[in-house]
Design a protein around this ligand. Sequence first.
Ligand code: E4P
Length: 216
Amino acid sequence: MQIFLDTAEISEIEARAALIDGVTTNPSLIAKSGAGVMERVKEIAKTVSGPVSAEVVATDRDGMLEEGRKLRAIGDNVVVKLPLTAAGLEACRIFHEEGIATNVTLCFSLNQALMAAKAGATFISPFIGRLDDAGGDGVKLLEDIRAVYDQYGFETSILAASLRSLKHVEDAALTGSDAATLPVKIFDQLINHPQTDLGLDAFMADWKATGREGLV
Ligand code: E4P
């Protein structure tokens, strides 16, 4: 499963660049960073070699096509992020025919995921946490999309988004999601375990007690 960082903060990306497969952004994250969209996406696309999802802000098909092409011109690793609307899916189909990678975002149902796959989306982003918040079952949605995509042989990758906990990350992996995007707060907890810290402390203490240095 690919692990993406869900942020538009360069310092956060740089500090974790060696351990991530890509980055996702959205208009809220770019707005929070205070940077301009083009400027910030350029910086991110230079910092990581993997996919960088950058979202259009137009809501009509032609506006999305124009903005998407500008974003894509920044670099071959830029993935055009489109909202799951009729206009977004029309733009998605055109980008698919042009060989431009897309990430269809704000997916909350299996039918939406089905339509995105039929439009040739490269990634579909089901919003697990927001669906749970609204009384739905985000993990069940991941399972259902996996089953339907496998049943029909759709090549669209499932990118579990809006994850709120370590359990969500494990659920994304268990349901066979192709990728997951995580805020820094969750990403940083992925490799931590108290027993790892205790075990390492004990190994180091035992080694220090020998009085030897290095691998001797
Ligand atoms: C994904 O592409 C979105 O940027 C993100 O995961 C949304 O997460 P949120 O619901 O925590 O804002």
